[in-house]
Ligand binder design. Sequence first.
Ligand SMILES: [Zn+2]
Ligand SMILES: [Zn+2]
Length: 217
Amino acid sequence: MAKVYNIGGAGFDSNIYLILDDVIALVDAGTGMNFGSVRRNLAKFGLKPSDVELVINTHCHFDHAGGDRDFVEAGCEVAIHELEAEPLRRGDRRVTLAEGFNGQLGPIEVSRELREGDCIELGELALEVLHTPGHTAGSICLHERGRGLLFSGDTVFCGGVGRVDLPTGDAAAMLRSLRKLIELEVHRLMPGHGPVAESFADKYIRAAYRLAKDELL
Ligand SMILES: [Zn+2]
Ligand SMILES: [Zn+2]
């Protein structure tokens, strides 16, 4: 049976979700500054970086995509929303925030550009791409309908919403994105940072929407 584990979160790294299915995939890859720790966590599952076939980035920020390069070098493919493919390909230090993290980004090869409604088939799990701009213009959430699972990147956390004051951020778009997420059947929330909600994800999403309405407008 397909399983999902968080193998990230060290230092400034985002959460890194390891999906063990017919296709072995990651949702986000952290900064790359703690690659040793990511490698050790993979080894606990008997895996090497080269066993990961696909890294799906929720957006292009350095704390989520900086680690892509190590996986690309290991032969893995990278998928990201079409609006955020260019910043990775040209190694844009401002839009990706690599500058702020004082990190090395370098050009990252993107093999798959994602759009609203795309479906990433991993085997038992199928991730539907939801374009949820607001934190960045090309932020996405990934919805697994069968399991009621949502990978929410930096759009929604368990107890908050993502910043909208960074390059390409947009408060009104964030509110529209949160409204869209409220409509989903979601039980488990797997955000880009902080704890995972094993149940009641819909409550966190509604709370995030109310918070955003109060704070952003
Ligand atoms: Zn971010
Ligand atoms: Zn982040």
